[in-house]
Ligand binder design. Structure first.
Ligand code: ADP
Length: 300
């Protein structure tokens, strides 16, 4: 999406962000050798071109970024009040990305096969047109049949859904299809009354998901791989500046690490370090150099 941030009255700083994009950026920054593609739809306008240029600048493959003939990107404004409290206003009801499923033909999906991962966010599921969801599930089935690992992060945002039952029904389908789930405790708290990470693991047991990673802020990360459950300690960051995209950075680093064959322990350590770094910088995307320096610390 196009992000606008009000600074001095009447002056906006414009950038690009979104949970899937943020995750893709951190995956690629941590694991440059992994081919990381954005799957979305933009328009023919100049902001769309700038968005695609930004994807490319981050090393992301844009072959699956489709151009809708008449729509343009969604946009949101972040305002901060005198107490530092942030509020968001969205213009996304007619966004090109809502149409992305129309572009996901079998020919397009032929590019993906065994060894690939396909990441699905609950925000994307909320945003695509509800009447295209059945086609989307069929596409996921095709991908799974080819051995593509389907990853799901619910990233629950209540105001994107008509009501709780629509969100629950859609999430349960996505949990059913996914091979790797990355929920946060907060995602399931409101919808299912689950109050801790262990409860999320138990909830996920209903769906026989091979790998589950439960994020719970600075408290802990719990993983379950082939039903073997482990709790991982997180070192809380002292100078938290902005927690935007902590979960996204965690996801990106986690997926890159697993694709590279690293163990769950090493992977959680790396992903937590990536997330802990990002929250020490304002905004969703930390500066490239600062991020890579911080990640070099953990490697050495
Ligand atoms: P989300 O951004 O999806 O709400 P979380 O708040 O659970 O996700 O944060 C994602 C990850 O970011 C956590 O698993 C943890 O590794 C890291 N993290 C979040 N808050 C902190 C913190 N205060 N100190 C250190 N790490 C943190």
């Amino acid at each position: 999406m196009v992000e606008l941030r009000a600074s001095t009255p009447g002056i906006m700083h414009q950038s690009f962000a979104g949970d899937v994009y943020n995750s893709a950026v951190y995956l690629k920054r941590c694991f440059n050798a992994i081919d990381t593609s954005m799957v979305t739809a933009v328009g023919k306008d100049t902001l769309s071109s700038a968005m695609v240029a930004q994807f490319e600048d981050e090393g992301l493959n844009t072959d699956l970024v489709f151009v809708h003939p008449t729509k343009s990107p969604g946009m949101y404004l972040i305002e901060t009040d005198d107490e530092g409290e942030r509020s968001f206003t969205y213009w996304r009801s007619d966004a090109a990305a809502r149409k992305v499923v129309d572009f996901l033909s079998d020919e397009v999906l032929a590019a993906l096969g065994k060894g690939d991962m396909f990441f699905v966010s609950g925000i994307s599921l909320a945003v695509i047109e509800p009447e295209s969801r059945d086609v989307f599930w069929a596409r996921l089935e095709t991908l799974k049949a080819k051995g593509v690992v389907v990853v799901f992060d619910p990233n629950y945002r209540p105001r994107l859904w008509k009501d709780e039952s629509e969100a629950k029904e859609t999430f349960e389908k996505a949990f059913h299809y996914c091979d790797l789930a990355m929920p946060g405790v907060e995602d399931l708290e409101v919808l299912y009354g689950v109050s801790d990470a262990q409860g999320v693991i138990e909830f996920c047991n209903r769906f026989s998901i091979n790998e589950v990673v439960v994020k719970n802020g600075p408290a802990s990360v719990i993983t379950s791989l082939n039903s073997s459950v482990e709790s991982h300690t997180i070192t809380p960051v002292k100078n938290v500046v902005d927690t935007t995209s902590a979960g996204d950075a965690f996801n990106g680093a986690y997926l890159g690490s697993r694709l590279s064959g690293m163990s769950i322990d090493e992977t959680v350590r790396l992903a937590a370090h990536a997330a802990g770094t990002v929250i020490q910088h304002p905004g969703a995307i930390a500066p490239k150099v600062a991020f890579s320096e911080a990640m070099a610390d953990i490697a050495g």
